[in-house]
Design a protein around this ligand. Structure first.
Ligand code: SAM
Length: 221
């Protein structure tokens, strides 16, 4: 079983996606487990007795408008995730637009290495105090060359892709996207689809029954 430990200030943003379809079934089948920790639950209370608030961020030393996530609450949340466990093979990922780009090969490698627990830390605002990465010896991972509002979407992307690599998560292991990545062009019925008086046909090769030719067509993508 692979356990994902997600550290996020916005746990509810994950709820619907992880509660549906393949990820939901993978949890039911006990192939994966998803645990969520909110750094707010590990934050210091600041402010006044009348207006207390939980401090999870601070101004950057470099200046600038955005806030930076404090190391303390994140590290305490990670400590909670790790608990007293000394067993298993752990990996810690911090999502960052400047990190190693996440690929199918990255996902497969996690399964091949028999990782049992992955801590995924989701940034927000200007990002996470860089000392968290050093202390945890974490790897920075990006899901692409664009900047998102937070690390929650990257965490879901990575979780989904990694889970699909686990035997039994998909209906048929052979149907792994990785194995058919070159055949992303797919068709279903009807054979001829009419739209705004134009006819759109399924490629003839797919109707030929010639499996060799079909495989070649798929490879050409
Ligand atoms: N200036 C910050 C930087 O370059 O890291 C931008 C921070 S971004 C607004 C807030 C958080 O979203 C980041 O700390 C990271 O966790 C996450 N994030 C945004 N884009 C991402 C991407 N392409 N891949 C992975 N994480 C991303």
């Amino acid at each position: 079983m692979l356990t994902f430990h997600i550290i996020t200030l916005f746990p509810e943003s994950l709820t619907s996606y992880i509660g549906e379809s393949i990820l939901s079934r993978a949890q039911e089948k006990k192939l994966i487990k998803i645990k969520v920790y909110n750094p707010r639950d590990f934050a210091e209370v600041v402010g006044t007795p009348e207006y207390p608030r939980l401090k999870v961020d601070g101004r950057p030393y470099s200046g600038g408008p955005g806030m930076v996530l404090l190391p303390g609450p994140i590290l305490r949340a990670v400590g909670k995730a790790r608990g007293k466990t000394k067993t298993g093979k752990w990996k810690t990922i911090i999502f960052s637009p400047g990190g190693t780009v996440f690929t199918n090969a990255y996902a497969k490698n996690i399964i091949d290495k028999k990782i049992t627990d992955i801590i995924m830390i989701c940034g927000r605002y200007e990002g996470i105090d860089a000392r968290v990465k050093k202390i945890l010896k974490a790897e920075e991972v990006s899901i692409g060359e664009y900047v998102l509002t937070g690390g929650e979407l990257p965490a879901m992307v990575a979780m989904d892709s990694i889970s699909r690599q686990i035997k039994g998560v998909l209906g048929k292991f052979e149907s792994l996207e990785e194995n058919r990545i070159s055949s992303h062009e797919v068709y279903t019925r009807p054979e001829i689809f009419e739209y705004q008086k134009k006819k759109y046909k399924v490629p003839a090769v797919l109707l030929s029954g010639d499996h060799k030719k079909i495989e070649e067509w798929k490879r050409r993508g």
